[in-house]
Design a binder for this molecule. Structure first.
Ligand code: FES
Length: 106
């Protein structure tokens, strides 16, 4: 299964596996990775699954949809590499994707 590495604000790294076709948010929630709240359950309607994508992987992802881009405006401290993790499907093309968790989702 593809792997996802989460980097916590204290630099602690946590690598988990997720079935291809599932999202980064699900990889976090299913593996008790702290820092992803996912209040809306993955409907792209809350921005509490905000992450920062490592630059090496940004170009491998599709651009955010209009809905994701609009919701990202509600993320705390958004940056150019901000994404909503429920909107990113993991497959073998992005195996090993590394995302940084924000200090807070609120
Ligand atoms: S879980 Fe709500 S926007 Fe991603």
């Amino acid at each position: 299964m593809p792997k996802v590495t989460f980097v916590h604000p204290d630099s602690r790294r946590q690598t988990v596996e997720i079935a291809a076709g599932r999202t980064i948010m699900e990889a976090a929630v299913n593996n008790n990775v702290s820092g992803i709240e996912a209040d809306c359950g993955g409907s792209c309607a809350c921005a509490t699954c905000h992450v920062y994508i490592e630059p090496d992987f940004l170009s491998k992802l599709n651009a955010p949809s209009e809905g994701e881009a609009a919701m990202l405006e509600f993320a705390v401290n958004p940056r150019e590499n901000s994404r909503l993790s429920c909107c990113i499907t993991v497959n073998y093309d992005v195996d090993g994707i590394t995302v940084n968790l924000p200090e807070s989702q609120y």
